[in-house]
Write a protein that binds this ligand. Structure first.
Ligand SMILES: Cc1cc2nc3c(=O)[nH]c(=O)nc-3n(C[C@H](O)[C@H](O)[C@H](O)COP(=O)(O)OP(=O)(O)OC[C@H]3O[C@@H](n4cnc5c(N)ncnc54)[C@H](O)[C@@H]3O)c2cc1C
Length: 463
């Protein structure tokens, strides 16, 4: 028998996977006994915000991850596919139908019992292990404190800050220059022609330089703009490392010039002088069509973000792919805490999954639950946990969480950038390259699954 705490995307998938392997599961979910600040129902796998599971094609990393999950018998994908609503190339779902389908499937499974209670600490009772903790970004306070004590307080975080992202095509390249800080080989992006691509050899950042007048106008707009105070937890203390820009601006006129807008080491080639302030943009996806504003996490209302950020030179016509946000997000420093099997480094029969394990997003959370559920089941059956190849999206996610740089750990969505690169012979065109990575991933996942079937048919536990 295994126990799972949290009946969200990850916990529900973990329960399904373990039960499908013949293991009895007790799923502890605190709603409705104890609500969260965001969930609205008592259904399992409630989608707290958007109803989109993002791209569904194989030239998209999350599309690949979804296809892998389908092949691995994912309940979340089965319910999502059955409740699909029209959304172009994306997979969006009827949110009520989706979580009802998950709730029905889990409730009807003869090997799963659901207990509606808050688990306040990591149990001492050895019979509660293997234990999967999948309590999500809004893990209850008592359990958060217990997890912090287990992993070490410095390895558990409570807020996530997201900077806005703009469409590259909407940036006025004639007003900005490309350079990395302290990079002497500066270049004007106009080298590629006014609308041509920036010359990537000249540094990794697009820099929007500001004069004193432009900075003053921007600062005035920022300190008078309206903030979104979505939930009470937004009023709580922020980590200094992810202060919203408007909070920094309120601390003093020059605080931003000494923070994310510092101009030092960035010489504008058109004036050959440092600017008064600089906003830096960093490429946000492999395709290079999205750029994020570096250090510009904000919780201004979205309309206000559109108004204020368009005062930045070069962004006057910017189209926002995503606005900035600061929200509660409880997650561990994956590489310090977890193995690539989603087991904790300190205790092999304790596994973390979902958003709190350091992944980001509905699909990624469910994917981590899928592997954690299988591995917890393997432990309960006396087998050995397994890891999917790094050439697959689901294996790459596990590798990132357990091997990324722990000094700068950030939760991640799945991207092609974290999947093992293809060999030299792979096509160079981005689209063809992605297709090659996806085809290899599915081939290798199938082989990995065949290996498991073979071991099982021989009457052994996978190991
Ligand atoms: C405000 C907000 C907006 C978001 N918007 C999006 C979005 O648009 N798209 C997206 O992909 N992701 C979004 N996310 C991230 C999203 O929460 C995750 O992608 C996904 O829900 C994570 O799945 P999970 O299973 O880890 O957590 P959840 O789905 O949150 O499930 C965790 C479950 O654990 C339960 N629980 C918590 N503590 C305890 C306890 N002590 N005992 C028992 N049960 C407990 C909770 O009630 C909950 O049911 C958002 C998150 C927040 C906070």
């Amino acid at each position: 028998m295994i126990h799972i705490v949290g009946g969200g995307l990850a916990g529900s998938e973990a329960a399904w996977q373990a039960a499908s392997r013949g293991v009895r599961v007790v799923l502890h979910e605190m709603r409705p006994v104890r609500p969260t600040a965001v969930h609205k129902t008592d259904r399992l796998a409630e989608l707290v915000c958007s109803n989109s599971f993002r791209g569904d094609k194989l030239d998209n990393a999350v599309g690949l991850l979804k296809e892998e999950m389908r092949r691995l018998g994912s309940l979340v994908m089965r319910a999502a596919d059955a409740n699909r609503v029209p959304a172009g190339a994306a997979l969006a779902v009827d949110r009520e139908g989706f979580s009802q389908a998950i709730t029905d499937a889990i409730s009807a499974h003869p090997s799963i019992s659901i207990v509606r209670e808050e688990v306040e600490r990591l149990p001492d009772d050895p019979s509660m292990y293997p234990l999967v903790v999948a309590t999500g970004p809004l893990t209850s306070d008592a359990l958060s404190a217990a997890i912090a004590a287990f992993v070490g307080g410095e390895h558990l975080y409570f807020y996530d800050a997201i900077s806005p992202i703009v469409l590259a095509d909407s940036i006025d390249m004639t007003r900005i220059f490309r350079a990395s800080r302290w990079d002497r080989s500066l270049g004007d992006v106009r080298r590629g022609g006014p609308s041509g691509p920036p010359d990537a050899s000249d540094g990794d950042y697009l820099n929007c330089p500001m004069t004193k007048e432009e900075y003053d106008r921007f600062w005035d707009a920022l300190v008078t703009a309206e903030s979104a105070t979505v939930h009470d937890f937004d009023k709580e203390r922020f980590f200094e490392g992810c202060l919203p820009i408007e909070v920094m601006a309120h601390r003093g006129h020059d605080t931003l010039r000494f923070g994310p807008m510092k101009p030092v080491g960035l010489v504008d080639p058109r004036t050959d002088r440092p600017s008064y302030a600089v906003v830096q943009l960093r490429q946000d996806n492999i395709a290079g069509d999205h750029y994020s504003l570096v250090g510009f996490q904000t919780q201004l209302k979205w309309g206000e973000q559109a108004r204020v950020l368009k005062l930045i030179p070069g962004l006057e016509q910017a189209e926002f792919v995503r606005f900035g946000m600061v929200h509660r997000n409880t997650y561990v420093n994956g590489p310090r805490v977890l193995r690539d099997t989603w087991q904790t480094r300190r205790r092999a029969d304790l596994l973390f999954a979902g958003q709190m394990s350091g992944v980001e997003g509905y699909v990624e959370s469910a994917a981590s639950g899928l592997m954690a559920g299988r591995n917890a089941a393997a432990l309960a059956l006396g087998g050995t946990p397994r890891v999917a190849p790094r050439t697959t999206a689901i294996g790459a996610l596990a590798h990132y969480v357990s091997h990324a740089d722990p000094g700068h750990y950030q939760p991640t969505n799945i991207t092609f950038g974290i999947i093992a690169p293809p060999d030299e012979a792979a096509p160079r065109r981005t689209r063809d390259r992605k297709t090659a990575i996806a085809e290899r991933a599915l081939r290798e996942l199938d082989a990995w699954m065949d290996e498991e079937k073979f071991v099982r048919s021989a009457g052994l536990q996978p190991g």
